[in-house]
Design a protein around this ligand. Structure first.
Ligand code: SAH
Length: 350
């Protein structure tokens, strides 16, 4: 048992089973034993690799797309250049380097990072120097001004609840104890569940996931955008409307049963984009592969390849395939742009 498993078992013995959302939140962000609080999850040494860590091209192209959107919206100044869950800060650093030559963009940008982990904040500060970002605990605290926001693999880390449509009605999947070990169980039938298309169209036996945390994060991200302009770009794995249990744990680049190592494995769930898109007056949705190809990733890759030989060149070519190939991240990962009605869409989404 991990130290966090012992704490959770004690809590469940005392006060009863907890929701999957509570379990996820404790595993990821417990102040002492949480995964993001204690670990270095990213890269070859960590438990998983994210797109910005695979290649600098990812942050460069998305940074340029945001800068073009800023130009197309009339170069508001000052504006918030925000990132949610920046990890090691690599995406923002690559975006800033790529946009150096965009006239006025850096002068007008106020970098704001929403990050829960103090340890990752310190890494972000180092990666982003000499830029001086401001850190926020919550998306709700974004400044009240035009906002161009990006979030890669942030929503998938937000807690989800799971509901099963049983013959007696909706029940919630809970984490309880069986023979002293953490185990999944079901609540009594519930009087009410969230009112979304996924719930309305379910048939008996279906498991439906719902992330109130993702909904709130998107609503909060949209608040300054709807008032003052800008846009939000969410990138994550998932689909328009997924079905079934997508909760997964990754430990040392391998799948792990989600209840096996609380606090020591990364826990994520597929992001459902349909209920998030519904929160904005205008949206655009495409696969990561489509957007990166439209943004010219192949040209950028050829350009970078000129300086490389041997293993470095092979890694670079593999990185391009990993980001865009439908068999790798190209179709599993989606990009969702949310903005005001009638606002021009960024390049790659037209
Ligand atoms: N965007 C980065 C990291 C993704 S991992 C990349 O692509 O490499 C998820 C990130 O979100 C981490 O930085 C984690 O600490 C942060 N995070 C997770 N839950 C959070 C929450 N509730 N509030 C703020 N940050 C959170």
């Amino acid at each position: 048992m991990t130290p966090l498993a012992r704490l959770l078992a004690k809590r469940i013995r005392e006060t009863g089973p907890i929701t999957v959302a509570d379990y996820m939140a404790e595993c990821l962000l417990h102040p002492v034993h949480g995964y993001y609080t204690t670990r270095e999850p990213f890269g070859t040494q960590g438990d998983f690799t994210t797109a910005p860590e695979i290649s600098q091209m990812f942050g460069e192209l998305l940074g340029l797309a945001l800068a073009q959107a800023w130009l197309d919206q009339g170069q508001p100044a000052p504006f918030t250049l925000a990132e949610l869950g920046p990890g090691r800060g690599t995406l923002m650093a690559d975006a800033m380097r790529a946009t150096r030559a965009v006239p006025g963009f850096h002068a007008a940008a106020r970098i704001v990072l929403v990050e829960a982990s103090p340890r990752l904040r310190a890494i972000q500060a180092r990666t982003l120097a000499p830029h001086v970002p401001r850190w926020l605990d919550r998306v709700e605290d974004l400044p009240d001004q035009p906002t161009f926001l990006i979030a890669n693999e942030f929503l998938d880390a937000l807690p989800i609840r799971q509901f099963l449509l049983s013959p007696e009605g909706w029940r919630e999947r809970l984490v309880g104890l069986q023979d002293e070990a953490l185990a999944f169980g079901l609540s009594a039938p519930l009087p009410q569940v969230p009112d979304t298309p996924a719930f309305r169209t379910a048939t008996p036996g279906d498991l439906v996931e719902h992330s109130a945390a993702a909904q709130s994060a998107v609503v909060a991200a949209l608040r300054p955008i709807l008032r003052h302009g800008g846009l939000a770009l969410f990138i994550d794995y998932g689909g328009w409307r997924s079905r079934g249990d997508t909760l997964q744990a990754l430990r040392a680049h391998a799948f792990d049963p989600p209840l096996a190592h609380p606090g020591e494995a990364d826990l994520t769930a597929h992001v459902d984009f349909e209920p998030l898109a519904a929160l904005a007056p205008a949206h655009a949705y495409a696969t990561q592969g489509q957007v990166l190809l439209r943004l010219g990733i192949e040209l950028r890759a050829d350009r970078l390849a000129r300086g490389l030989t041997g293993a470095a060149l092979e890694n670079h070519r593999a990185a391009l395939a990993r980001l865009t190939d439908p068999a790798e991240m190209g179709s599993l990962f989606k990009m969702l742009v949310l903005t005001r009605a009638g606002a021009p869409l960024p390049p790659g989404f037209a």
